[in-house]
Design a protein around this ligand. Structure first.
Ligand SMILES: [Zn+2]
Length: 614
């Protein structure tokens, strides 16, 4: 659409001039039109869905798969069983299951479970056969879908909204919000260069087909809605969505029809309640923030502050991580904890607003397969949250200390698993959490140590420019980093993502030879890294001794021009020690330190620093 194109042009102004061409990987495309009749007495709804499905792949598809997320909320489902098994693992007196799930699904009564019942499914007007596999619907097509062709699926379904257990549902006992409607409709699974991704709903995470949504929700007129997309009929809805000064004409009858369109997203969420307070903030002509919350335990000011802080943070975020291209973003009270959706978030309390909003970059626009690369959305979002928080608090402290600490604790627990582990297949929730969030955040921060902070900034914007509205994988990101930094970084991907090997360097010894001081640095850990070694002299001056790592075939530019830097021959990973030297005498030295920036995730920091007192 033209409108979108001009928006995209505007966004590219935020980015550095790109010298690399757009990736040419194909991706499927969807266009959903849905009409939903919600019964607020039974908490059931009927839906009609028309799905235009473009098979842009070079493959012939003989079947397709849909997600049926609500079916997870039934006793003995995979989600229920998995949660109860994780509950058998204890860390101290803490059980490893998600405290929101526990064994609650097992106790759901028939009117509290969730379900989707498919009444009709047709492709190009011909009814199709399908098999329900709990949260996955398999459709065996009567005629295959040829490469680079389009078909239209039509579906009629009946669903029941489960009592809120996890992410979506009704009547959350904590927030009291009536409807948190996420992962709520039959949704086409993604088919990509790796094939189908019919990932059952066990705990997390999500992956969807890029496309456009046109969703009409017919619901009792006492309910206010918020969610993904742009409300099309605000003049018939009101509730603060109408333009200032517009007269709202509500239709007669007991229901309102809310129609939203959402261009170029991979999911659609909505929430509804009869007691939402709705506030808006027009940030610029093309962007309005919405805030919907239920007055209650949390002070109204805490909710209202979100709008002030979001407005203040936006210019920093766009400059650092890329432009926000959509016309609205909604912070909505609902769900449990915090959860991200395109153009919206559900928040049980105001505190998670920033992390969830920033997911609109790492998840929303950079749509990684979260099952395979949960750390590329959670870890990158943590990184962005730490940085944005530091900006908002005007803090110059190292912003990622907590995430490094959580990674070190995980490593020491002996429970660590490689980051390549599928998000649902970690042996413990503990390992999933610290790996996806913290070790993922460290991945980026530590990349800044390897390639320089300046290059990291360029990498983040170039990644956004090349991969927004697509499905980048780990190698796509690493290739961007390699091209921007002009360094080989495959070794970093191998070590950090594919293994649980760790980094440990130490100062082995110092001695004087012919008036010069030599320092032997030792690698004890199994991961090889480039080394920044800083000497501080008694007169207050400093020297940075930089040893590139052999496999990088490159070196980072100086990060602090005020400190003189000596560059050494690369350190070969097969060699466990390396000797550097300074022209100063031993008595002139006051401190020697490996990586004073603390961005290198050295698991034993105590032996990184030596203070000399003569
Ligand atoms: Zn998150």
């Amino acid at each position: 659409m033209m409108k979108n194109r001009s928006l995209l042009l505007a966004i590219s102004c935020f980015c550095c001039a790109g010298s690399f061409s757009q990736p040419d990987r194909w991706q499927q495309r969807v266009k959903y039109t849905m009409n939903i009749d919600m019964n607020v007495k039974t908490n059931q709804f009927t839906g009609k869905q028309t799905l235009e499905y473009s098979n842009n792949s070079p493959d012939t598809l003989t079947r397709v798969f849909y997600h049926l997320y609500f079916n997870a909320f039934q006793p003995n489902s995979m989600m229920d069983t998995r949660s109860r098994i994780l509950g058998q693992t204890f860390f101290g007196d803490r059980q490893d299951w998600d405290p929101r799930v526990k064994d609650r699904i097992l106790k759901l009564k028939p009117d509290e479970i969730g379900y989707h019942k498919i009444r009709l499914l047709a492709m190009n007007g011909r009814p199709q056969q399908f098999v329900m596999h709990e949260t996955i619907l398999e459709v065996k097509l009567d005629k295959p879908i040829p490469p680079r062709s389009k078909v239209v699926f039509e579906m009629e379904f009946e669903s029941q909204v489960p009592l809120q257990i996890r992410r979506s549902g009704r009547d959350n006992p904590n927030t009291k919000v009536r409807y948190s409607m996420s992962q709520w409709y039959p949704k086409m699974c993604e088919y990509d260069y790796e094939g189908w991704h019919p990932t059952p709903y066990v705990a997390r995470e999500f992956y969807g087909v890029w496309g456009d949504f046109d969703v009409t929700i017919n619901i009792d007129k006492s309910y206010m809605l918020g969610g993904t997309g742009y409300l099309q009929n605000a003049d018939k809805i009101g509730f603060g969505y109408e333009k200032e000064g517009t007269k709202v004409t509500k239709p007669t009858g007991s229901t309102l029809s809310w129609r939203f369109i959402a261009p170029n997203v991979h999911d659609f969420m909505w929430a509804a309640d009869t007691a939402f307070v709705h506030k808006t903030r027009i940030v610029r002509d093309s962007l309005t923030f919405h805030l919907l919350y239920k007055p209650g335990r949390t002070a109204a000011k805490e909710w209202d502050d979100i709008l002030d802080n979001a407005e203040k943070a936006l210019p920093f975020i766009e400059k650092t991580f890329g432009g926000y291209p959509y016309k609205q973003f909604s912070f909505i009270h609902g769900g449990d904890g915090g959860m991200e959706y395109p153009m919206a978030t559900l928040l049980a309390a105001p505190s998670a607003w920033l992390h969830e909003w920033l997911h609109n970059w790492y998840y929303g626009m950079l749509g990684t397969n979260e099952s395979e690369y949960a750390w590329m959305d959670e870890g990158f979002t943590e990184f962005a949250t730490d940085r944005t928080k530091a900006f908002l608090q005007n803090s110059r402290d190292f912003p990622h200390e907590k995430n490094y600490g959580d990674y070190y604790s995980l490593m020491k627990s002996g429970r660590e698993e490689p980051m390549t582990t599928h998000a649902d297949h970690f042996n413990t929730n503990l390992a999933y959490g610290a790996t996806a969030y913290s070790k993922g955040c460290v991945f980026l921060s530590q990349l800044g140590y390897i390639v320089s902070e300046e290059n990291l900034k360029k990498i983040l914007l170039e990644y956004y420019r090349l991969w927004r509205f697509k499905h980048p994988n780990v190698n796509d990101f690493v290739r961007v980093a390699e091209k921007v930094s002009d360094m080989q970084l495959d070794w970093y991907r191998e070590y950090w993502i594919n293994t649980t090997k760790t980094i440990d360097y130490s100062i082995d010894s110092l001695w004087e030879e012919a008036g010069k001081t030599k320092v032997r640095i030792k690698r004890t850990g199994l991961i090889s890294m480039p080394i920044d070694f800083q000497l501080t002299f008694k007169d207050g001056s400093k020297e940075l001794h930089y040893i590139p790592m052999y496999l990088m075939f490159g070196q980072k530019p100086a990060e602090d021009p005020s400190v003189s830097r000596l560059i050494y021959e690369p350190w070969k990973w097969t060699h466990s020690t390396y000797v550097i030297q300074t022209s100063k005498k031993l008595v002139d030295i006051s401190v020697g330190e490996i990586d004073p920036s603390q961005r290198m995730a050295d698991v034993e920091r105590k032996n990184n620093k030596i203070e000399l007192k003569f």
